[in-house]
Ligand binder design. Structure first.
Ligand code: GDP
Length: 404
């Protein structure tokens, strides 16, 4: 069942989507929310109804300005999507969102490949040690070519792209992919239907060749298991997927997928890859700041949460935060450590695309919005009153308050 929520932290993915403006971040985000059932209406970027575009200024300018965190469920995993501004003017906000997410999908335009802004956001994500996978979008466009886009990724961003799909058809005729890990094909038929099947006969040879290239690249990078890889004539799906995950988490390899978000192509395998290869909060050290006393995602630890966005909506002020340690309960009084001020948590909300769900508590690793705090700004640490702690030094980035 796709929609089974597992409470375990291993089933949480705090995910960012990083892209150059126009590469298709909004479209990818919107399609993810649609596919996971988090929204029933389908938004289109051009008519301003896209559900992540909460902000009217954003709609007016047609670019993603203010981060929104939206939860959805895929294959028993809760995916908290933290929107990261692609526009260079909002670099402080990019920094802060990079701090609170655990893994990211970097979206590229299948025609333009790596663009200057993709490069700058990539370097920032490098500095924050964010594990990434890549999605080459817009393969339906005239002139789009996965191999050329991958060559530009290799030349400018990452020396070891690991292409796990072979596109079926080109440009307007791009209809599906061969999944080189499972050696199965996925074809997107009309009306959003997906057909899974064996690798088409005419692509068997090419898919086999690419699968061997992938195995060789993985074997070369996966030093610890080199012998195991060499010993096997053909690596099993499980071994290969496990190695791809390790390479993603260590940053040694970059898994590359492709699609055409606008045409609903490639989103299911992208979500599967997010679940398979990107980390849960438990896979990473907490350490968003210099304070070594923050335990890694321990619900039993002392409360430490970082506010990364404050948004004033028609229903009131919402404070978005990432909990690094401890448990926050509805009704708690917490300390804004930097300001030395007590704040009350009156409601804890999971924000979905078109609704909010109220919960009684949120634990380490979670990303939620809370109502109640009157003054806490983006960058503030909320912690247990008896254990003051500051995750982000004052002045590290400017406060961000958006009005929707
Ligand atoms: P963002 O600035 O990165 O958020 O990009 P958007 O999602 O707003 O997309 C920018 C433009 O590219 C919009 O006009 C989209 O309709 C278009 N677009 C997005 N994905 C695709 C795609 O897969 N194929 C094509 N042909 N156009 C796309």
């Amino acid at each position: 069942m796709r929609a089974r929520i597992t409470s375990s932290l291993t089933a949480v993915r705090n995910l960012g989507i990083l892209a150059h403006v126009d590469a298709g971040k909004t479209t990818v985000t919107e399609r993810i929310l649609y596919l996971t059932g988090a929204t029933y209406k389908r938004g289109e970027v051009h008519d301003g109804t896209t559900v992540t575009d909460f902000d009217s200024q954003e709609r007016d300018r047609g670019i993603t300005i203010f981060a929104a965190a939206v939860s959805c469920v895929w294959d028993g995993h809760r995916i908290n999507l933290i929107d990261t501004p692609g526009h260079v003017d909002f670099s402080d906000e990019v920094e802060r969102s990079l701090r609170v997410l655990d893994g990211a999908v970097a979206v590229f335009d299948g025609v333009a490949g790596v663009e200057p802004q993709s490069e700058s956001v990539w370097r920032r994500a490098d500095r924050h040690g964010v594990p990434r996978i890549a999605f080459v979008n817009k393969l339906d466009r005239a002139g789009a070519d996965l191999d050329t886009a991958v060559a530009s990724i290799r030349a400018r961003l990452h020396p070891a792209p690991l292409v796990v799909q072979l596109p079926i058809g080109r440009e307007d005729g791009f209809t599906g992919v061969v999944d080189l890990v499972r050696m199965r094909s996925l074809v997107w038929a009309g009306g959003g239907a997906v057909e899974e099947g064996p690798v088409p006969g005419e692509l068997l040879e090419e898919a086999g060749r690419r699968r061997r290239l992938l195995e060789e690249a993985v074997a070369e990078l996966h030093a610890g298991a080199l012998e195991e890889f060499c010993a096997e004539p053909a690596i099993s799906e499980r071994t290969l997927a496990g190695a791809l995950r390790e390479l993603t988490l260590s940053g040694a390899g970059l898994v590359v997928l492709c699609g055409a978000a606008y045409r609903d192509r490639g989103i299911e395998p992208l979500l599967d890859a997010v679940v398979a290869y990107l980390p849960s909060p438990l896979d990473l050290p907490a350490a968003p700041a210099a304070d070594p006393t923050v335990p890694a995602a321990d619900p039993e630890g002392s409360l430490a949460a970082l506010v990364f966005k404050v948004s004033t909506t028609a229903t009131g002020r919402l404070t978005y935060l990432r909990i690094y340690s401890g448990t926050m309960r509805k009704g708690d009084t917490v300390l804004d450590a930097g300001a030395g001020r007590a704040e009350r948590i009156s409601r804890i909300l999971r924000v979905q695309a078109d609704r909010h769900t109220e919960v009684d508590r949120a634990v380490a690793g979670d990303i939620v919005a809370v109502a109640g705090p009157k003054a806490a700004r983006a960058g503030a640490t909320l912690c247990a009153p008896g254990s003051p702690l500051v995750l982000e030094p004052p002045g590290a980035t400017d406060p961000v308050v958006s009005v929707a």
